[in-house]
Design a protein around this ligand. Structure first.
Ligand SMILES: Nc1nc2c(ncn2[C@@H]2O[C@H](COP(=O)(O)OP(=O)(O)O)[C@@H](O)[C@H]2O)c(=O)[nH]1
Ligand SMILES: [Mg+2]
Length: 474
């Protein structure tokens, strides 16, 4: 465990400030591709390639973007026309001295430039190493570093907003606030440990217990926000279920607003399952079209049906489609078993004259109360209402929608839970008038857990876990 309160760049955890280089733009072809070189001496290391300082050309000022040519100094071979810029230590993304080279965005162009830099002694950056350096340099805390990965992978407006808020410090400032409050409490106890002859008066005990309740409530609110955080981060999962030919694949396509799944009047067409993402009300929603559930002797279809059951149970919501133009839909429904998850019954094919839906009510389905609605995948009647109904379900999963911080990290939730356990120990210690030393011990555990969230305290293993989930170049 390292306490990096003072200067975390100096603790020798990594081969600090060694020159590293990597492509920082995504793979594929583009107008521009970028390479970052970070570490002590980055500017002079890159100078010969960029003709900075060569042929008596002056070194550019920091942050001034120069149009130049990247060439191999020994052979003079020009690799590409590039723009390049350097940033001094303490003023770059990584906090290191840094050079960025913007060349043409082709795979071979980028690799050739990178190869030249490696040949000259830079080493490839590890996954997340640029951001890890920013953390180790004290430029960002751990919650912000984690937010970088979430921001990059955000696939909906909501997940973007949550990641952006954390990048700008929403979680870390809330954790800092709780830390300050805990520190104030802790100071009182430290005083007791130092001057045991001074008894805390009973009123003070009561007020301290009141403070603990406030801190605990705030921590619990953050822990509870994780429930929303997961939906926001990973999306809301919907499974389309029901008998073959009920219109599951048609609904899948209607929600996707494109023809993705094969629709056919031949029962048992969808045997595997298909998943696609849509954005609904700013949320990422994953919809899975499953194999229809019916009696079958076909091995593939049986396997598909087993998947269907598992997928439905693991979803937030199952939409159970019923072909309400079928004479016997009631018997069929009573013979089926609903998934374990929350289930809405959607009566499909209401465009047909023989349709007999029982919509906008509640039906008992396999002992389960399910709300119903009516749709036609053919005419799209009721599809918008269904989308609004899905949004209601998503919102109902979110804890209170105040503008407080929402944690999206399992790790943060874990640490906050640890802080609460320790705070409860402080609370019961106070109520039972335990010795201040014992209470101070639990108080330290609260602080420790909070500090592990922001990275005031960290281990190499923890950094390894966090940054290895980043990609190279981040
Ligand atoms: N009239 C009408 N036919 C539909 C509707 N939805 C689906 N169908 C038809 O029902 C058949 C089965 O549809 P499909 O989506 O493949 O059902 P799945 O087996 O549940 O995936 C196809 O012939 C579709 O064209 C609807 O709303 N109205
Ligand atoms: Mg189908």
């Amino acid at each position: 465990m390292t306490d990096n309160n003072s200067d975390n760049s100096a603790n020798g955890h990594i081969d600090a400030n060694e020159l590293i280089a990597s492509i920082i733009t995504p793979p594929g072809e583009g107008g521009v591709g970028a390479i970052r070189v970070a570490g002590d001496g980055a500017r002079m290391f890159c100078a010969p390639f960029l003709k900075w300082g060569a042929n008596s050309a002056p070194l550019p000022e920091s942050f001034s973007l120069k149009l130049t040519v990247f060439s191999i100094p020994e052979s003079g071979v020009a690799l590409d026309e590039v723009m390049a810029v350097w940033m001094p230590k303490g003023k770059s993304y990584t906090g290191d001295e840094q050079v960025e080279i913007y060349c043409h965005g082709g795979r071979v162009v980028l690799l050739n430039i990178l190869r030249a830099l490696y040949d000259a002694g830079a080493r490839p950056a590890e996954p997340g190493e640029f951001t890890k350096r920013a953390f180790l340099a004290g430029r960002i805390d751990l919650t912000k570093a984690e937010a970088v990965a979430e921001l990059i992978s955000a696939n909906s407006q909501r997940s973007y907003s949550a990641a952006r808020d954390n990048l700008f410090g929403k979680t870390s400032s809330e954790v800092d606030r709780l830390r300050k409050l805990t520190m104030t409490l802790a100071a009182t106890f430290e005083a007791q440990v130092d001057f045991p002859e001074e008894e805390i008066d009973p009123d003070e005990y009561d007020s301290l217990i009141g403070d603990i309740v406030d801190i605990r409530d705030s921590m619990q609110r953050l822990v509870d926000s994780y429930r929303s955080g997961v939906v926001i981060r990973d999306g809301f999962k919907i499974a389309l279920c029901g008998r073959p030919n009920a219109g599951k694949s048609s609904l899948f396509n209607a929600l996707l607003k494109k023809n993705r799944a094969i629709i056919s009047s031949i029962a048992g067409t969808t045997r595997d399952y298909l998943s696609e993402w849509i954005e609904l009300g700013g949320f990422a929603v994953e919809i899975t079209d499953t194999a229809g559930l019916r009696e079958t002797t076909n091995e593939i279809e049986t396997a598909g049906q087993k998947f269907a059951g598992e997928i439905a149970n693991a979803s937030h919501l199952a939409l159970w489609l019923v072909d309400c133009s079928a004479e016997n839909w009631r018997e069929e429904l009573s013979g089926d078993t609903p998934p374990e998850t929350k289930t809405l019954i959607a009566f499909n094919k209401i465009d047909l004259p023989e349709a007999k839906p029982e919509s906008d009510t509640t039906l008992t389905f396999g002992g389960k109360q399910c709300e119903t609605l009516a749709i036609s995948c053919k005419t799209e009647q009721g599809i918008e209402a269904l989308e609004r109904r899905i949004l209601v379900e998503i919102e109902s999963l979110l804890s209170d929608q105040t503008d407080g911080a929402i944690i999206t990290s399992e790790r943060h939730k874990q640490k906050l839970s640890e802080a609460i356990v320790a705070l409860d120990a402080v609370d019961s210690g106070l109520k039972n008038r335990l010795s201040p030393e014992l209470i101070a011990f639990d108080m330290k555990a609260v602080l420790q857990a909070l500090d592990e969230i922001t990275g005031k305290v960290y281990t190499d293993d923890l950094l390894g876990v966090i940054f290895s989930s980043f990609c190279i170049g981040k």
